[in-house]
Structures are given as structure tokens and as C-alpha cells.
Design a protein around this ligand. Structure first.
Ligand SMILES: N[C@@H](CCC[C@H](N)C(=O)O)C(=O)O
Length: 286
């Protein structure tokens, strides 16, 4: 069983492209393979599968074995993998990838010396909280609403990018401990299906720092959909312009929320880390 380890701003994935469908034991295998001591180590397991609507379908499993609807860094990794492994023709500059949460997404490749340098993804239209995220709140959209945990009160804006996000603007996102604040917010009673939690500081209208606690994966170095949700929340709360850099622990993403088509565009890098082979005895996918 061959695999490729990829990363997008340090958000890392094990990519598997030899399957026609998700294996039955995918959840338990994701936990095993993503383990950083006993497995390969990754934030998620990514399957590239046949699609009737797009060039490929991407399914991702979080490191805790749950399946999210979408992943921004994984889709850049998937497109880079497809190009660099020759699964799409070398002349191709645009790939379509189907996801369960955001439908068919169009991905553009920017090359440098024959390698993928940056990837621009049409991440689709953001949806405000009450319209798409299961919640106990009585609201159709949630912008700067109070939420409290551990005796602290914050204001959050909930945005779906196919998957759910709770964005909280704070004075200093970089020095805040997401490991303490993230888990109770991920499982807050407002969000019965759990949620990704982003803490952000908009230093300028075109630049924000962001740190993330991911649903099903914990504190990752970057979250592409989280960066998109952060920009949308920044615009909705009057803090940011529609085009900005969102700086994460693993690097920067350029995010644009287009006024013309209401879609969010994300641009950033993705790289192959290594390839490997799993002994059959260690990888019992049924
Ligand atoms: N790292 C991701 C998001 C992965 C899914 C997330 N943990 C969820 O459960 O929704 C990204 O780059 O968008």
C-alpha cells in the first residue's frame, strides 16, 4: 500500500489514491495511521476517489476518525499530489475536486519550474451559522454573539465553509493558549455536531493573525477553511477588507471574499513531504 505524506502550511495529511471507495474500517485506520508515535503521523487521512462530477473526489478523515465535510489545506495538497504524481496531464492548470461539504471545487495550479508553487481554490460561498450549522441557538445568523467558557466571555461569529467554524476576535491570538480554550468551545452545547474554533487578531484591515483548535484534530499549524471563515467574520464584523492575508502558525494564506460572486478564494502552498509503503500487516483496510 503506497502513501504520500503532504503538508499545507504544516497541516499534514496522508494521501491515498488507490481506492475506489472509502474502506469500511476507515475511522479506526485513520486513528492508527495519523498517530504521531505509533503511525505515520498526520492531522488527517485523505482519499482521492473517482467522481462522476469532477476530476476526482476528496474524502478526508480527521485524526480522531471522524469525517469532516471539507478541508482547505487538504484540497491544495490533493491538487498538488494529482499534478506532481502525473495523475493529471502535465498541461493541466485547473483541476476539479468534489467534496461532500462544498460540492465541486475548482482548483488552479501556479507552477514554478514544473513544480506546483501555489494553489488557488474556489472555496464556494460562505453560509452564516444558523442556516447550516446544527446549533441550539435561536438564530438564523450569528455575528459577534456572546459565548462563555471557563469563566471567560467572548464574542463569536459562526461561519460555514462546508464545515463549521466559530471565529473569535481577541487582542492577541498568537499568545493565547488554544489548548486550554479550544476543547470546551469545540464541544460547547451551542454546537451539537462540534465546531472548529479560530482565535484571530486583525492587525490591519488586510492582515490578521489566526490560531486554531480543530474539531477532530486539535491544535493544528493551519486551517484553510478556518482562514476563509476568519476573513468572512472579519468583514461581517467590520474589522477587515474582503481581501487579506491570514497568518497562521505554519505560514500565510491569501483569502479573498469576492463581492462579484460571493465566493471565497484561498491561495497558498502545498508540498510533498515523503512517500512510503505500508506493510500489509500494518494496514488492514477492508
Ligand atoms: N484543516 C482543515 C479542516 C479539517 C476539517 C476540520 N477538522 C473539521 O472537522 O471540520 C482545513 O484546512 O480546512
Amino acid at each position: 500500500m503506497n502513501f504520500t505524506k503532504m503538508q499545507g502550511l504544516g497541516n499534514d495529511f496522508i494521501v491515498l489514491a488507490d481506492f475506489d471507495a472509502l474502506p469500511a474500517d476507515v475511522s479506526e485506520q485513520a486513528v492508527r495511521l495519523c498517530d504521531r508515535h505509533f503511525g505515520i503521523g498526520a492531522d488527517g487521512l485523505v482519499f482521492l476517489l473517482p467522481s462522476s462530477q469532477a476530476d476526482y473526489m476528496m474524502r478526508i478523515i480527521n485524526s480522531d476518525g471522524t469525517e469532516p465535510e471539507q478541508c482547505g489545506n487538504a484540497i491544495r495538497c490533493a491538487a498538488t499530489y494529482l499534478y506532481e504524481s502525473g495523475l493529471v496531464d502535465a498541461s493541466v492548470r485547473e483541476i476539479t475536486i468534489e467534496t461532500i461539504g462544498a460540492g465541486v471545487q475548482s482548483v488552479q495550479l501556479e507552477l514554478d519550474n514544473g513544480r506546483v508553487d501555489r494553489v488557488r481554490v474556489d472555496m464556494g460561498e460562505p453560509v452564516l451559522q444558523g442556516l447550516s450549522i446544527p446549533t441550539t441557538l435561536d438564530a438564523d445568523s450569528v455575528v459577534d454573539q456572546p459565548i462563555s467558557t471557563g469563566g471567560q466571555e467572548f464574542l463569536f461569529t459562526a461561519v460555514s465553509m462546508g464545515n463549521p467554524h466559530c471565529v473569535i476576535f481577541v487582542d492577541d491570538a498568537v499568545s493565547l493558549d488554544v489548548g486550554v480554550l479550544g476543547p470546551p468551545l469545540e464541544k460547547h452545547p451551542f454546537f451539537p455536531n462540534k465546531i472548529n474554533v479560530e482565535f484571530a487578531t486583525a492587525h490591519r484591515r488586510d492582515f490578521a493573525d489566526m490560531r486554531v483548535w480543530e474539531r477532530g484534530a486539535g491544535p493544528t499549524l493551519a486551517c484553510g477553511t478556518g482562514a476563509c471563515a476568519t476573513l468572512v467574520a472579519g468583514v461581517l464584523t467590520g474589522r477587515m477588507d474582503r481581501r487579506a492575508i491570514v497568518a497562521l502558525a505554519g505560514g500565510e494564506l491569501m483569502i479573498e471574499w469576492s463581492e462579484a460572486d460571493n465566493r471565497v478564494y484561498m491561495t497558498g502552498p502545498a508540498r510533498q513531504v515523503f512517500t512510503g509503503t505500508l506493510p500489509q500487516t500494518n494496514f488492514i483496510l477492508k
